[in-house]
Design a protein around this ligand. Sequence first.
Ligand code: WQD
Length: 340
Amino acid sequence: MAKILVTGGLGFIGSHTVVELINSGYEPIIVDDLSNSDPKIMDQLAKIIGYKPPFYKLDLCDEQGTKELAKKEPDIAGIIHFAAFKAVGESVQQPIKYYRNNFYSLLNILNAYDGKPVNFVFSSSCTVYGQPDVLPVTESAPVKTAESPYGNTKQIAEEMLKDMQTAGSSYKVISLRYFNPVGAHSSALIGELPIGVPQNLVPFITQTAIGKREKITVFGDDYSTLDGSCIRDYIHVVDLAKAHVAALKLMEAETFKGYDVFNIGTGTGSSVLEVIRAFEQSTGQKLNYQIGPRRGGDIEQVWGDVNKSKNILKWQTELDLDTMMQSAWEWEKYIAQNPL
Ligand code: WQD
C-alpha cells in the first residue's frame, strides 16, 4: 500500500480525503498542528475506517521538526498538502500571519522530501481567478490580481510549484483549484467545524436552522444575476476528496510529467437564494433569512469549466446540491447532540 502524507489531515477537506484514500487502498499518514482542527476527529475517523491512521502533531513551519518527520517517514509515495490558513477576511487583517504560515509550511515540506520521487497535490482555489471575464472559467483563464493575502498565497504557491518543475524537480505536482466545498460525509461522523461565527454560507445556514444563530443574511440581492444574489460553484466535500485520489492516480502514470492544474467543481453555479431554497426543500427546515447589503470583496459570480478534469483527471462530481444540503444538515444535528 502506498503511503500518503496528508498535511492538515484532521481538517474539513483533509479528514474526508483520508477516508477516500483508504477506500482506494492508500495508507494515509496524518500531519496536523491542531490549530484549526479537533483531535477528536481522529476518533470520528476511526469510527468510519475502523482504525486510527498514524498521526504526527506538527506545525510544518517548524523546519527541524519537518525534517525529522521526513526521516521517520522516508518511504512515502505522495503528499497531499492541505495545511494552511484559509480565512480570507483574517488574511486581510493579518497578512504576515498568512504569508508566514502558508509559505513556511509549504517550503519546509517540499524541502524535507526534495530529491525523492514524490507526487504532490496542492490545495489551490478558484480564488486565483478573481471575477473571471468568461464563465465558466477554464484553467487557462488569466490569474487576476489577488483579492486578499490568502488568495495571493495560493497564486504565488502555484507559480513556485511550476518553477520547481521547470527546474527539473523530483516532485510531480498537481494543483487542484477548489470551488466552494460544502456538505459532509454520509455517516455524519465528520464535517466542517467552524470556529466561532461561521463566515461561509452553508455552515451559517445549518447553524441558523439548528437555532445557534437567529437568522442568516443574504449578502446582496442586487447583483446582475437571475435572482440578484451571488453565484458560486458548490461542490460536495466527498466529491472533492475523491479528486485528490484521482490526482495521485494521474501522477502515478509514467506519461504524467511535471506540473498541472485542474478546476475542482461541479461546472454549475447556484445562487445564494437557490442554496437556501435547496436547503429548505431537501431538509424540510424553514430558514429564517433576510436580505442585507453586499459583503465587501465578494465576487459576483463564478463557476468552473470542468472539462479538463473530466478528460484528463478522469474525475467528475456525483453528488448534487440537495445531497450537499442534507449531509451538511445531518452533520449539524449530529454535532449538536454529540459535541466533540
Ligand atoms: C458564498 C456566498 C456570500 C455567508 C469561499 C472561501 C474562499 C474560496 C471559495 C477557498 C457568497 C454569500 C455567505 C452569509 C451570504 N475557497 N453569503 N450570507 O465567498 O465564495 O469564498 O470559497 O479558497 O477562500 O472563503 O464563500 O461561503 O463565504 O460565500 O449571503 O452569511 O454566500 O456573499 O455570495 P466564498 P462563502
